[in-house]
Design a protein around this ligand. Structure first.
Ligand SMILES: Nc1nc2c(c(=O)[nH]1)N[C@H]1C(S)=C(S)[C@@H](COP(=O)(O)OP(=O)(O)OC[C@H]3O[C@@H](n4cnc5c(=O)[nH]c(N)nc54)[C@H](O)[C@@H]3O)O[C@H]1N2
Ligand SMILES: Nc1nc2c(c(=O)[nH]1)N[C@H]1C(S)=C(S)[C@@H](COP(=O)(O)OP(=O)(O)OC[C@H]3O[C@@H](n4cnc5c(=O)[nH]c(N)nc54)[C@H](O)[C@@H]3O)O[C@H]1N2
Ligand SMILES: [Mo]
Length: 829
């Protein structure tokens, strides 16, 4: 059976309903360009999706040395053949005309083309000079959640043991540092407990600040399919916007932004009050229940109703659904993580699962979600503010063990204080102690908060900026050296999705011009810097993706993220595999913590935890006395109001986030015709009542302003909660008529002109979800509508006000039923 579907108009495609506890049927989604027939494809090359954290497995179609399309891999445990719109169309950006093909260096203020030798020499001579004059603390690396495992590991080794700097972090700081922290606070260690297969078994699925339908569309297809089968799950959605998830929810709570802790405390209060706790489980597996109970005592639904502006009865209703679930699956993402009490809120979801005994069995699991495709690897490999292999920087034995793996003196690896987080690195650059910043695979001139400040830091003469990217981004424009990178489809490597599934992504075509894989660039730098181990041998002993993977396996051995049972060869051909994978679990591990909270023991844990209000690290002795046997730590939190509340000058709350069709700063999706046409320009969402009070209508040009800055955007009136505005953060300046950042003559377009330099004290994740803002009418629409999609959370309040979002013939995708997975996996309950 085969269908042809416009996957811009119908992003989730056709339905394949299935019943609870049954395997999700396979369906293969295929998109080939220019009417190319499948038989005309020269080869299919294995890969996985790179535009979100789902890890959807796919094959890249190659014809005449070019990528001509993609198709889902039916054999894979994650997606059973399905692909989302970004994956179906996004690959076209690889062949964009404005790809960087040669290195650039700044000469007399302008970026000019050069050869690799010249560009690398500049970086190496500046590194040497800074090391000599100012020491390792003058050099920092800011990387990504979108490179490959082999690349992060190499970067971590050269930064930590080669340069010896504590300043290495990823844009994962903006993305999943709270996920990592919530897992560390609770289980002592990073590592996702749950599995996507839990969707097949759950009777209740709760999504906290997570617009799964738009941001992991394939797992949403799975939920939609279950909703149409026998014994469908009930959905609980906590989100102030009318997302597609909210529209299908049994209970939708739309709280005031920034009030998650109050809401969660009230939900927990009700579950404790009604006795829906699993006392034996709490006793056996956790510490801290008495403190939690004491904290929750006054957190009644009525109390939370005032703070969150949600009816108390609705909170009780949600608590009833969560409290009576027999297999509960929860997911948490940016509506929780990008707020002032991010970690405090995220751990309350863990609390919910532990006090109800909802962990480690099919259908009962927590997904503290990732966002980026390879964010998990940034964390595992220590390219964020952690040590590789989830080792504890406060534990001298862990540091010594890492030093043994690298054959360096433990003193070489900076561990005298917590590794520097990204926001702090920019502060050091602003203050002048950081003099070189090497940026790879991220575009901070659009994605960090308070952009006028970020631009001014990057533009400073005394800061030497290296930008390693595919395109001449807003960040590259400000760099001193620009390195052209090869990307997905042009290089080989592995990466791990949000449910610990490791996939291989093979090289399908040659990169354009002189662009090189990030791994080759880092290896070249290590060679030129001549980094040595303690015996005088080269520090970095590998030379290609496969040998880098083998080196990483040695570093991961015996740690929670043990990869020793995997290899590139093992990952080729079949399904991705969930870590840990080693000789005792050769097929991988579907769920963590079924048998106990194994990694929270004081000797093993990655972190002793932090104070949820101040973020101060707990000391080893304190942790040992609190949790000597290594159980899960139930952590209570008091609700604290957002740092910036609406007032006279800034009467609205402003939140920012995503739309289905674009990825981040649009360097890829803005260069894919179908995706770009689906959402070509920025907009602002407001409720009908708020629009009326400003006498504004669909499509009117508005100004959105905060104390940091402003932007212009066309109005979309939606069913968003009154008092709240939403602006997508995807739109920067590379495709504006002016082509550059705002100045006296051109207005702002990026959401981050308005966001605040502030972060969660525990995870250090910036607050992109709450600000106080003013909204002002600038110009009537004269018949124009906003460019917001109508298929998503930005659907108009009155559908007749805006034309339907459609992709037409160019967006037609083939959906083929089956073949079903022959190994019978994927349903294990
Ligand atoms: N289409 C698409 N998919 C993506 C990406 C993309 O750019 N585009 N990026 C990937 C990445 S890196 C990430 S991190 C993920 C992010 O995935 P999500 O977290 O699902 O996306 P966001 O739109 O950032 O935020 C989710 C929701 O938080 C809600 N929210 C705002 N404030 C609050 C609040 O105070 N409380 C609660 N409960 N909710 C609130 C917003 O209304 C929004 O619907 O998506 C990944 N997938
Ligand atoms: N206001 C607001 N701001 C936000 C958020 C929000 O919700 N609201 N969300 C935050 C989150 S969760 C995230 S993850 C960040 C994302 O923020 P960024 O990381 O800045 O976003 P991207 O556009 O994905 O930038 C990745 C860059 O890497 C390049 N690139 C892609 N592949 C490769 C490769 O293989 N090699 C190299 N060298 N480069 C490559 C791309 O061209 C692009 O320029 O934004 C954060 N900022
Ligand atoms: Mo993210």
């Amino acid at each position: 059976m085969q269908d042809s579907v416009d996957r811009i108009a119908r992003p989730w495609g056709g339905r394949t309903p299935y019943d609870r506890h049954r395997p999700w049927p396979a369906r293969v989604d295929t998109y080939l360009a220019d009417g190319i027939a499948p038989e005309a494809v020269d080869r299919w090359v294995q890969a996985a999706s790179i535009l979100h954290s789902d890890g959807d497995a796919m094959d890249i179609a190659v014809k005449g040395g070019r990528i001509v399309g993609v198709r889902g891999r039916a054999v894979d445990r994650v997606n059973h053949g399905r692909l989302g719109p970004k994956d179906l169309f996004g690959w076209q950006a690889n062949a964009a005309k404005d790809r960087l093909t040669r290195p650039l260096v700044r000469e007399d203020g302008r970026l000019v083309e050069t050869d690799w030798g010249t560009a690398m020499d500049r970086i190496v001579s500046r590194s040497r000079q800074l090391l000599e004059e100012r020491g390792p603390g003058s050099i920092g690396f800011y990387t990504s959640g979108q490179l490959f495992l082999e690349e992060y590991y190499t970067l971590a080794v050269l930064a930590r043991a080669g340069i010896g700097t504590p300043h290495l972090d990823g844009n994962t700081r903006l993305c999943t540092s709270t996920a990592a922290e919530a897992l560390k606070e609770f289980f002592g260690c990073d590592g996702q407990p749950g599995s996507y297969d839990d969707i097949d078994h759950a009777d209740v699925i709760a999504l906290f600040g997570h617009n799964l339908a738009e941001t992991q569309p394939v797992q949403w297809m799975r939920i939609l399919d279950r909703l149409e089968g026998a014994d469908p799950p009930r959905l609980v959605c906590v989100d102030p916007r009318p997302t597609p998830v909210a529209r299908r929810a049994s209970v939708h709570l739309a709280p005031r932004a920034g009030t998650n802790v109050a809401l969660l405390n009230a939900l927990l209060h009700e579950i404790v009050r009604t006795g829906r706790t699993d006392t034996a489980y709490i006793e056996a597996r956790t510490v801290g229940f008495d403190e939690l109970k004491a904290r929750l005592a006054s957190c009644t639904p009525r109390w939370a109703a005032d703070i969150c502006d949600v009816p108390a009865a609705r909170i009780e209703e949600a608590a009833e659904v969560l409290g009576t679930a027999d297999r509960l699956l929860s997911t948490v993402l940016q509506g929780v993580y990008q707020s002032h009490q991010a970690t405090a809120a995220a751990v309350q979801v863990n609390n919910l699962h532990l006090i109800r005994g909802m962990l480690g069995r099919p259908g009962a699991g927590v997904l503290q979600m990732n966002g980026q495709p390879t964010a998990q690897n940034t964390r595992e490999c220590g390219a964020d503010g952690d040590l590789p292999g989830f080792r504890n920087w406060q534990n001298d034995e862990h540091v010594a063990d890492l030093a043994r793996v690298w054959n360096v003196d433990p003193g070489t690896i900076p561990h005298y204080g917590p590794p520097t987080h990204a926001m702090q690195m920019f502060r050091y650059a602003e203050q002048g102690s950081l003099r070189m910043l090497w940026i790879s695979g991220t575009n901070p001139a659009v994605s960090l908060p308070e952009l006028s400040r970020i631009r001014s830091i990057l533009a400073r003469d005394r800061l030497f900026v290296v930008a390693q990217d595919l395109f001449p981004t807003e960040t590259a424009q400000l760099a001193d050296v620009v390195l052209p990178a090869a990307t997905w489809g042009e290089k080989t490597g592995t990466f791990t999705n949000a449910d610990r599934t490791v996939h291989l992504s093979d090289k399908a075509v040659e990169p354009p011009g002189e662009a090189r894989p990030d791994l080759d660039i880092f290896l070249d730098y290590a060679r030129r810097m001549d980094f040595r181990d303690k015996d005088g041998a080269p520090l970095v002993t590998w030379h290609d993706p496969e040998s880098a993977f083998e080196a990483w396996k040695r570093c991961s051995a015996g740690r929670p993220c043990d990869y020793t049972g995997l290899s590139h060869a093992r990952l080729r051909g079949g399904s991705g595999v969930q870590w840990p994978c080693h000789d005792r679990a050769p097929e991988g591990t579907p769920r963590l913590y079924g048998a106990g909270i194994t990694w929270a023991h004081p000797d093993a844990c990655e972190s002793y935890g932090k104070d949820l209000v101040t973020g101060a690290s707990v000391e080893a002795v304190e942790y040992r006395s609190l949790n000597p046997d290594g159980k899960a730590v139930l952590k209570a939190a008091e609700y604290l109001p957002p740092h910036e509340e609406p007032g006279d000058a800034y009467p609205f709350q402003l939140t920012t986030g995503r739309t289905l069709y674009h990825f981040h700063t649009r360097t890829k999706t803005g260069r894919a015709p179908q995706l770009n046409a689906a959402a070509p320009d920025v907009w602002v969402e407001a409720s009908a009542g708020d629009a009326r009070s400003l006498d504004a209508h669909e499509g009117d040009l508005m100004e959105v302003a905060t104390p940091r800055g402003l932007l212009h955007a066309r109005l979309r009136i939606t069913d968003i909660r009154p008092g709240l505005l939403f602006v997508p953060f995807h739109y920067g300046y590379w495709d504006t008529p002016a082509g550059h950042a705002p100045d006296a003559t051109t207005p702002g377009r990026a959401a981050n002109e308005t966001t605040v330099t502030d972060w969660d004290p525990v995870s250090k994740q910036p607050l992109f979800k709450t600000a106080a803002a003013a909204l002002r009418l600038l110009e009537r629409a004269h018949g124009e509508t906003s460019a917001a999609p109508t298929t998503t959370a930005s659907a108009p309040h009155r559908p007749e006000d805006a034309p339907a979002t459609e992709g037409g013939p160019a967006a037609r995708v083939t959906e083929t039923a089956g073949p079903d997975r022959s190994d019978g996996e994927g349903s294990d309950g």
